[in-house]
Design a protein around this ligand. Sequence first.
Ligand code: CA
Length: 233
Amino acid sequence: MSKYQILVVEDDTSVRNLITITLKTHDYRFVSTATGEGAIMETASHNPDVILLDLGLPDMDGVEVIRRIRTWSNVPIIVISARSEDMDKIDALDAGADDYLTKPFSVEELLARLRVTLRRLALMQGSTEQSAVFVNGDLTVDFASGCARLKGQELHLTPIEYKLLCLLARNAGKVLTHKFITQSVWGSSWDNDVASLRVFMATLRKKLEAAPGSPQYIQTHIGVGYRMLRMEE
Ligand code: CA
């Protein structure tokens, strides 16, 4: 039995059953609920390791559930949403969700997202403070000396490219929205900044990725944002 406990919040019985049967088959422990109030109560009483949260709940908006839980807990939250709820997905990430799954999703997708999140959780629990050097595959970011290397070769980055890389590295495994990134890098969030962000991301990728057309390190989430992948994933 896995040491991890998952809280499943989903009001659609067939989707909830699909998720809980998958978790059971893969030896995860779980509790489940169909409401937002239930999600808040179960989080407080069971202290789950990960929450799988449907955004369209009967009693409360899923984004509100995230905001409430985030007042006292950093538990990783993977949002489950229908494709039509794209804006809600972005709101959910901005409210503090870590990742999202779009319905309909496959069992393999669900398990992959869980593995990514649990790995991130293990890394977070393993280090009480942010490590001074970030290593991911061939990429090394030395936060203290302010330089990044690929296969030992220093990357010649502009200050904004470096800032972007650090932000992605410090949040590796997590989807960051355009708004979060532009606010972190420029301190503001205008539509113009999202256009600039695309440009800087393209130049950063050119330096970082062996094949910028099929990036290994930085994944694009169209209309949502970016995520740095862990090479083991
Ligand atoms: Ca629903």
